[in-house]
Design a protein around this ligand. Structure first.
Ligand SMILES: NC(=O)c1ccc[n+]([C@@H]2O[C@H](COP(=O)([O-])OP(=O)(O)OC[C@H]3O[C@@H](n4cnc5c(N)ncnc54)[C@H](O)[C@@H]3O)[C@@H](O)[C@H]2O)c1
Length: 270
């Protein structure tokens, strides 16, 4: 029996996109703690180097940093090339990079925002998964050759009218997860995680801004607190671990009960 805190990723590579901030940074620290060799990537090179330094000083892990825009297929190829030039396998892929928050109604959204949001949040995850799964599915690890974890959102479960394009992108991520899971079984598991409301860079690290977003949609959280970054990185560790080997195609919702027994964001018609 492997204990969850064993170094179960020793000798295994993990790619994390959006690693300069928020969930991605903590995923890097947590996966390093369980022994992974890290490939960290982001558009934000300063934040990326800061994450790498934090990981190296705390765990002395091997870390490769690659600055890329996940929505650009040539840059995604560059990421894969550098990753495989440095490490002989990539066992975990955390498709985490994302942008929010459009705060507009669906009929007022600007074309530029539509394109940017869908290109980064959805096309980016597809490009990265497509690129890395080729080698991942033929790796010799048993019983699972590799694991893909995509970041979705509760806005993809209950459509949030205040962030329509973001919601559409996350509906797409849930669909992408199921399609990849079916195609890559039984070698690679593919799951997604849907956070609720957690203060990160996506809310400019501003609790008031996040609370305003929650108020606009009359959100009620049964567990009566905000989500933390660790609430998500703990699930990422679980999905990267052997404890989740029989789970694929799932959307794991981590939202304090909002979507199942609380009140998700909604418009009230007067
Ligand atoms: N914070 C929340 O409450 C919440 C809720 C639901 C889903 N999510 C999802 O979690 C994921 C991580 O976001 P976060 O909350 O940690 O926010 P964050 O802003 O702290 O982190 C996102 C990271 O993605 C990077 N990024 C943005 N565009 C990129 C691009 N084109 N190429 C590469 N990197 C890019 C940013 O530079 C940043 O470092 C996102 O997919 C987001 O949609 C967050």
């Amino acid at each position: 029996m492997i204990k969850i805190f064993d170094k179960f990723l020793e000798g295994k590579g993990a790619v994390i996109t959006g690693a300069a901030s928020g969930f991605g940074r903590d995923d890097a620290l947590k996966l390093a703690e369980v022994g992974a060799n890290l490939v960290l990537s982001d558009v934000n090179v300063e934040g990326l180097e800061e994450t790498a330094q934090l990981v190296k000083s705390k765990y002395g892990s091997e870390v490769l940093t690659v600055q890329i825009d996940v929505s650009d297929s040539e840059q995604v190829k560059k990421l894969a090339k550098q990753a495989y030039a440095t490490f002989d396998n990539i066992y975990v892929l955390v498709n985490n990079a994302g942008v929010g928050i459009d705060f507009s109604s669906i009929l007022a959204v600007k074309e530029r925002i539509w394109d940017k949001t869908l290109n980064i949040n959805l096309k980016g995850q597809w490009l990265i998964a497509k690129t890395f799964c080729r080698k991942m599915k033929v790796q010799k690890f048993e019983p699972i050759a590799g694991k893909i974890i995509n970041m979705a959102s509760i806005a993809g479960v209950n459509i949030d009218p205040f962030i329509p394009v973001y919601s559409i992108s996350k509906v797409g991520v849930i669909a992408l997860t199921q399609l990849l899971a079916a195609q890559l079984a039984p070698k690679v598991t593919v799951n997604c995680v849907s956070p609720g409301y957690h203060v990160t860079g996506i809310y400019d690290n501003d609790t008031d801004l996040m609370q305003k977003t929650m108020d606009a949609g009359n959100v009620q959280t049964p567990l009566k607190r905000y989500g933390t970054i660790e609430d998500i990185s703990n699930i990422i560790v679980f999905l990267a671990s052997p404890h989740s080997d029989f789970i694929t195609g799932q959307n794991i919702i981590v939202d304090g009960g909002i979507t199942s027994v609380g009140t998700p964001s909604h418009l009230e018609f007067k």
